[in-house]
Design a protein around this ligand. Structure first.
Ligand SMILES: *[C@@H]1O[C@H](CO)[C@@H](O)[C@H](O)[C@H]1NC(C)=O
Ligand SMILES: *[C@@H]1O[C@H](CO)[C@@H](O)[C@H](O)[C@H]1NC(C)=O
Length: 380
């Protein structure tokens, strides 16, 4: 090949590679992945549950099933494939941080994802296993200030009680009075709220996905009717800007702070490229609500939100793209933040979400009422 020929050849290759890398002319800077754990055995039961004495041996209650392990592993594979070049070949604690709630099934799911994202190569291969340890961080449950926000927040409880006693919710409760009585009779549990329905729905859903035959009293109401009311419980938990700000807003604020420090070059450690967070259905619902893209539904096992923070190579502007994978059976789907472009510029994003990002959570949660009694935390 002549010198000119090889220059042309190299140029051709370079253009080819560049155009496939930069289809949309953006440079990817930071990725946040937030997912619910994989399929699990039931967490809860009810007094008249035919499976009340089941041990779910060898998994035990509230643990990942083998299917759930696979689902989390496959999610990790999908992330490896999508970000292969961005992450590079070698696990590096500067580049990558994974964190879970302090709940077994969520920790195990992140471990499975890590196994798929960071299969050891070359110098990181240490033995026969095609696996290497990747740390999964977590906060203790009652101090959780990121993925569940279980730390006591009086104003959240006060606002939620106000919502529950509003005419709108009281009417919805009245409309379902007969159903609640029916559920009480067959379960032996007291069912007074949509959160109670959510607990029951989660138990039946887990039993069914474990291939147990559900009792005949469930036939006309499961999944459809109970699904609808469970969706409503997620919707109510993040029904207005105050509730969102004091719950899902906390995680959103952390993500926004990460973008800001990435943009300024002050992010620690320097090389950070990805955060992977493992949580629960409420983690997903509350973050979708904070992003203003929650449509009433029940976030399924391994449902996943991905936020990509990039810089436009031509304009130099920073922006965000949001994706949601509803379940293992769904593709990752691009979501449109309301009142924002598809590449949502950081400044627009901050404007759109201003009302749901806490400034000083402790202060915003505080009440001076000496008679205030905190509610029991719901969820895991
Ligand atoms: C569960 O075990 C208890 C105690 O042995 C027994 O009384 C009850 O009938 C069992 N329930 C079911 C549904 O098997
Ligand atoms: C339930 O049955 C399906 C279909 O036979 C199977 O693929 C799945 O692994 C089973 N799940 C469990 C937890 O046994």
């Amino acid at each position: 090949m002549t010198a000119v020929g090889s220059v042309l050849f190299v140029t051709f290759i370079t253009i080819g590679v560049c155009s496939s890398y930069t289809v949309d002319s953006k440079e990817l800077l930071l990725v946040h992945v937030i997912s619910r754990h994989g399929a699990r055995t039931p967490v809860d039961t009810y007094p008249k549950d035919p499976y009340i004495n089941t041990t779910f041996y060898p998994a035990g209650w509230g643990q990942l099933t083998n299917e759930g392990k696979w689902d989390a592993f496959n999610l990790g594979r999908e992330i490896r494939k999508r970000y292969d070049n961005f992450l590079g070949d070698f696990y590096d604690n500067e580049i990558y941080h994974s964190q879970s709630t302090d709940v077994d099934r969520a920790i195990s799911s992140v471990q499975m994802m890590n196994a798929a994202i960071w299969e050891p190569k070359n110098g990181q291969k240490w033995g026969e296993l095609n696996w290497q340890p990747v740390p999964v961080h977590s906060e203790t449950l009652d101090q959780d200030m990121l993925l569940l926000v279980r730390k006591m927040c009086a104003q959240y409880d006060i606002e939620f009680r106000k919502l529950m006693s509003s005419p709108m919710v009281q009417e919805r409760l009245r409309m379902n009075k007969e159903l609640f009585e029916y559920l009480e009779e067959w379960t032996g549990n007291s069912i007074n709220t949509f959160d109670d329905v959510q607990d029951l729905y989660s138990t039946l859903y887990a039993e069914e996905s474990f291939n147990l035959t559900l009792p005949s009293w469930t036939i006309n109401i499961f999944p459809d009717k109970l699904y609808e009311l469970t969706s409503l419980s997620f919707h109510l938990r993040a029904y207005n800007d105050i509730l969102i700000k004091l719950k899902g807003g906390v995680l959103l604020k952390k993500i926004i702070d990460d973008w800001a420090s990435k943009k300024d070059g002050t992010i620690k450690p320097d090389g950070r490229r990805m955060f992977v967070y493992g949580g629960h259905d409420s983690t997903i619902a509350n973050l979708l609500s904070a992003l203003k893209i929650f449509k009433p539904h029940v976030p399924d096992y391994t449902s996943t939100i991905i936020l990509e923070f990039s810089r436009d190579r031509f304009t130099g502007e920073y922006g965000i793209e949001v994706f949601y994978k509803m379940s293992v059976h769904h593709e990752l789907q691009k979501m449109r933040i309301p009142n924002c472009d598809s590449f949502c510029l950081l400044k627009d994003f901050l404007r759109v979400t201003a009302d749901v990002v806490p400034e000083n959570w402790e202060k915003e949660c505080h009440t001076d009422d000496p008679d205030f009694i905190p509610s029991e935390p719901i969820g895991p």
